[in-house]
Design a protein around this ligand. Structure first.
Ligand code: HEC
Ligand code: HEC
Ligand code: HEC
Ligand code: HEC
Ligand code: HEC
Length: 426
């Protein structure tokens, strides 16, 4: 793709959603960022000249409207009287007093949100287009303290004296969800009360709000705004949930993804979570008749799967009396397929399963078939595999290539099976 076209594609796509998935545009943009252009070195700002967040939040509406204004503005120097533990953004420091949450969080994709696949793209833009970098950081590492550049009072990007590289590398850190202007926010007490913390509690106690138990807490990053393809945003998880039975059942995102408030956020990369969200059966009415494999979205609170990035392969194969594979059988994909073109995103197909719906695959056994094997295989990073492959076949800096190669290895070895069963059919 020519450089000009790449830019056109990039600009034609106003939403960050597009950027996130804009394979070819990203590759080409990265390539031009690497060209000779002399970037102006930014001076580091005087902390006293940077705008610092002063906002506090009160009622639910206020939280819904303002809490996820990202990037989360700088919090400035720690309040007077905070000891080093209280004045730290570092997850392991939170972990000294909140060990359970820290232990869970370390195992999650949120803590890995500054992934090689992301870093490998951003490394090329860091000199020349930090404004674009910040678009990505808004969801992956939302604190301004995780951003090398921040806007000064005139809105000009300048070097950030509060930048903490190690914090950035830790992705969605505790403070990103719990800290605003040095105040800690958290859910109601377990008895439901909003009772303030006792006088003298560490970090000035915590402001409690039902917002933390509400799906709208997750909406900011898991629901894109613009309809991008066939009238649907590329990520439409909140709307899919809202149009399901789950709001009526008072099942918020947290009920399934943070059971008993655990910081787990398991999703498409976790076979146990995925298997728990569907019901699968391999059946045959009578010997010799067609075989059916059914996959029902029985417990996933949105479409299965919700993103355009995974692919689920449902297949039936026939085996002879010696368990040798025979030609025939059948395959169906459960996935939403999109492609980026010059005119924006296009939806090629959407066979994902809304809650309570079923995908049915049928196959007719030939005369030699003795057994039917049914399988459901999940490729959680299918889309990215191709994106990273595309990037690796183009021009990349050494740093970028090493990171993207790592992301590609990870994406291409992430497939797993959630169902594999064999039925004697005659
Ligand atoms: C020195 C110990 C200490 C450190 C360090 C600490 N906390 Fe706390 N935190 C507490 C205590 C004690 C409470 C209970 C306050 C109360 O009873 O209301 C608390 C309460 C909370 C709550 C509300 C918990 C609940 O029961 O609902 C959240 C959320 C929280 N802290 C987040 C954090 C985060 C995020 C960090 C790191 C940036 C952090 N804390 C660092 C001691 C600490
Ligand atoms: C509105 C929030 C949001 C923004 C903005 C955003 N992302 Fe993402 N990104 C996500 C979510 C949610 C996922 C996980 C779901 C998925 O795979 O689509 C993700 C996943 C990814 C992944 C896959 C992780 C891996 O390594 O396998 C990459 C790469 C990525 N984003 C790159 C980017 C880039 C580059 C940008 C900026 C151009 C960006 N994202 C902007 C929310 C966002
Ligand atoms: C993606 C956002 C997010 C991140 C990251 C995050 N939390 Fe939380 N945390 C929440 C939400 C949401 C709740 C409330 C869940 C609920 O009520 O179901 C919560 C609840 C808590 C509670 C109260 C738990 C209880 O049993 O009452 C503590 C303490 C806490 N978090 C600490 C931490 C610490 C420490 C970290 C980092 C190691 C962290 N959180 C990272 C969103 C987050
Ligand atoms: C500030 C943005 C942000 C918020 C708020 C947020 N997430 Fe995420 N979440 C992300 C990003 C970015 C990723 C993907 C990271 C990657 O793949 O590199 C992600 C990944 C996930 C995944 C893993 C998906 C998979 O591929 O397996 C789950 C599940 C998830 N989030 C659930 C939640 C829930 C539930 C909430 C609300 C309590 C929430 N998130 C709040 C940004 C956010
Ligand atoms: C009734 C339980 C339930 C509810 C409610 C629920 N989820 Fe899920 N979610 C699941 C299960 C099960 C999976 C694994 C299957 C899958 O990936 O679709 C999943 C997967 C995911 C994933 C992985 C990506 C993907 O392609 O599927 C993300 C991100 C996610 N959920 C976010 C959310 C958000 C945000 C909400 C609230 C708006 C929410 N979930 C509500 C059960 C639930």
């Amino acid at each position: 793709m020519s450089e000009r076209l790449a830019h056109a594609v990039f600009r034609a796509r106003p939403s960050p959603a597009g950027l996130c998935l804009a394979s070819c545009a990203l590759v080409a943009l990265a390539a031009c960022a690497e060209s000779e252009s002399d970037s102006t070195r930014l001076a580091v700002a005087d902390p006293a000249t940077l705008p610092v967040d002063q906002r506090t939040f009160s009622d639910l509406t206020d939280f819904v409207q303002g809490y996820w204004r990202t990037p989360i503005p700088l919090q400035g120097p720690a309040p007077e009287g905070f000891n080093p533990l209280e004045a730290s953004f570092e997850p392991s420091t939170c972990g000294t007093c909140h060990p359970k949450q820290y232990e869970d969080w370390q195992t999650t994709i949120h803590s890995a949100a500054y992934s090689p696949g992301l870093a490998g793209q951003l490394v090329n833009w860091e000199r020349d287009s930090y404004a674009n970098v910040r678009v990505c950081l808004a969801c992956h590492t939302p604190l301004s303290e995780q951003s090398a550049q921040v806007p000064d009072t005139a809105g000009q990007l300048v070097g950030n004296p509060y930048f903490d590289r190690s914090l950035r590398d830790q992705g969605m850190v505790c403070a990103g969800c719990h800290f605003r202007a040095w105040r800690k926010y958290g859910p109601p007490r377990r008895d439901g009360s909003l009772e303030p913390s006792p006088e003298g509690s560490p970090h000035g106690g915590v402001t409690r709000t039902p917002f933390f138990e509400d799906s709208r807490f997750c909406k900011g990053c898991h629901q894109f705004q613009q309809p991008a393809a066939n009238g649907k945003p590329l990520e439409n998880t909140y709307e899919e949930w809202r149009n399901s039975k789950y709001p009526v059942l008072e099942m918020q995102c947290q009920n399934c993804h943070m059971p008993d408030r655990r910081h787990l956020w398991r999703g498409i990369h976790d076979s146990t979570m995925v298997a728990g969200g569907v019901t699968i059966e391999l059946v045959q009415a009578r010997a010799g008749e067609p075989v059916t494999l059914r996959v029902t979205n029985s417990g996933t609170g949105h479409r299965f799967p919700t993103y355009v990035t995974p692919e689920v392969r449902v297949r039936i194969d026939f085996l002879d009396a010696d368990w040798q594979p025979l030609p025939g059988g059948n395959v169906v994909l459960i996935a939403r397929k999109v492609a980026a073109g010059a005119g924006g995103w296009q939806e090629l197909s959407d066979t994902r399963l809304p809650p309570d719906s079923t995908a049915t695959l049928t196959a007719e056994p030939g005369p030699d078939a003795r057994y039917a094997r049914g399988r459901v295989i999940v490729l959680p990073s299918n889309f990215y595999e191709a994106v990273f492959e595309g990037m690796l076949s183009g021009a990349l800096s050494d740093t970028s290539r090493a990171l993207i190669a790592q992301a590609h290895r990870r994406a291409s070895s992430s497939a797993y099976s959630i169902f594999d069963d064999t039925l004697r059919i005659r």
